[in-house]
Write a protein that binds this ligand. Sequence first.
Ligand SMILES: C[S@@+](CC[C@H](N)C(=O)[O-])C[C@H]1O[C@@H](n2cnc3c(N)ncnc32)[C@H](O)[C@@H]1O
Length: 468
Amino acid sequence: MGDCAAFVASTSVGKGFSSARVLCQRHGGANSKLQLARKVVRTCNALHVSMIEQRETGRASDATIEAVQQLYNTYPFPPEPLVEGAPPGYNWRWHYPTAYAFCAKGRLPATTQIRILDAGCGTGCGTEYLVHLNPQAEVVAFDLSPGALTIAQERLARSVKDSADRVRFHCKSIFDLDDGEIDGQFHIINCVGVIHHTPDPLKALQMLADKLAPGGILHIFVYAEAGRWEIRRMQAAIALLQNATGTLGDYREGVALGRALFAALPDENRLKRREKERWAQDNRADATFADMYVHPLEHDFDVPSVMALAQKSGLRFLGWSNPRNFDVGHLLGNDEKLMQRAMQLSDTDRWRLVELLDPERVTHFEFFLAKDPFPDRDLTETEVLDGIPEWSECAFGTPSQLILDRDYLPVSLSPEQILFAQQVVADAASTAALTKRKRTLEMMESTGCPLDQIRKLIHAGLVHIRAP
Ligand SMILES: C[S@@+](CC[C@H](N)C(=O)[O-])C[C@H]1O[C@@H](n2cnc3c(N)ncnc32)[C@H](O)[C@@H]1O
C-alpha cells in the first residue's frame, strides 16, 4: 500500500476523512485528469505485479488492497439511500439473541450486554441494523474505505439518536486488526461480503478469529463460484478490453463499458440472460454494478474450499445461516431412492451435491463459526423442562394457527402449540423478573402441549430456552 493509503487505512476515521479530503482536492486540480490517469496506471501495474507476487509468496499485497479501497471510494457500497429513523424490516442474523439461539440449538445467551464488531461495514447498512436490533450492545465498525465510512457515519447519525455513544467507526484494513486500535474481543462479529475481496481470505478470517471472544459467534458471507460463472466471464471481458486501452482500474469507465457490453449482446446470450433474470434489479445502481463486474479482486469458493477455510480459521463451523438453500429435497424430493442415497452422504458431500446439481442457486455462502467453548449438543430434556421458554423476537405475528418464522416463511401451529406459545408470551409480558417466570414444565402441564411439539417450536426457531 502506498504511504497515503497506508495512513488512511490505519488511522481513526477522523484522520482517514481528512486525508481523503486532501486526496479529493488534489484530484480536483488543473491536471486532475492526467494525475488520475497516472495513478490508475500505477495502481494497475502494481496490482498485476502484486498478484503475481502474492501467488508466488502467498503474502497479502498492499497494492491489491489499495485498488480495492479505490473501488469503494469511487463506489461506496451498498448504495442504499440515507433515511431518518430505524431501518425497515428485520434480519435475524443481526439480532444477537436470535443468531445465538440459532447456533446454540435453541439456547439463549447469558447476556445481551455484548460487544459487536461489524468488519468491513461499507456504508453501514448492516451496522444500522446491528445497532437498532441490539439496544444494549456496544457496536464497533471498521472499513478500508474512507468514502464508505463517511456515509456509514451519516447513516447512523440520521438513524440513531445517540449514535456517537452507540457505535464507533474506524478506518482500517482487516489485516491491521492486531495493531491495538480496536481493543478487546467481541461476542458477535458480522463480516458480510468482505474477505473474498482481500488478497488473503484465510488470513483475514484468522484476524477476525483473534477478535472473537470465547463462546462468541462470527457470521460470514463469501461468494460461491457455482452461481457466478457468468459474472466472472463478464468481469474478465471488461478487464480484457480495459487492459488493452490502459484504463484498467478506472472503475467509472469500467461500469460504462460493462453496461455497453450488455446492451450490445444478443438477447439470447447466456451472460445477458443471467444478468437480466437474476441481477439487473440490484444492478440499476452503478455501485452495485461496479461491485459485481469491475472489482479488482474477488475470490470465489465452492463447498470443499469453504469447509477448508472454516477448518483452518481455528473456529468451529456451526452451519449455514440459510440452510434451506442446501436442502437436497428441493432437487431430489420426488425420488425416494435418490433421496435415501443423498441422505447417506456426509453433510459436506450432500451440500456439494446440491452445489453440483443446482449451481444457479448457490451464488454465495453464508454461515456461522464459533469460538469454543460453544454448546454443540441438542437441548437435553432437563434443559428444556427446567428452562424458561421465550417467544422469538423474530417471529412475525402473535401465536396463532399461521405465523411467519424468522425467514418470513409461514409455519402452521397445532392447537396445543398455540396455547403453549400464547402462555409463553403472556408470562413474559406479566413480569420482567426471571426468577418469577414460569418454566417449560409448568406451561406444558397447564396447556397440554407435549414435549415433542415444544421441541418442534424450538427447532423452528419460534421458541428459545433461557437457562434459569
Ligand atoms: C461488498 S462491500 C460490503 C459492505 C458491508 N459489509 C455490507 O454487506 O453491506 C465490501 C466492503 O469491504 C471493505 N473491505 C475490503 N477489503 C477490506 C480490508 N482489507 N479491510 C477492511 N475492509 C475491507 C470494502 O471497503 C467494502 O466497503
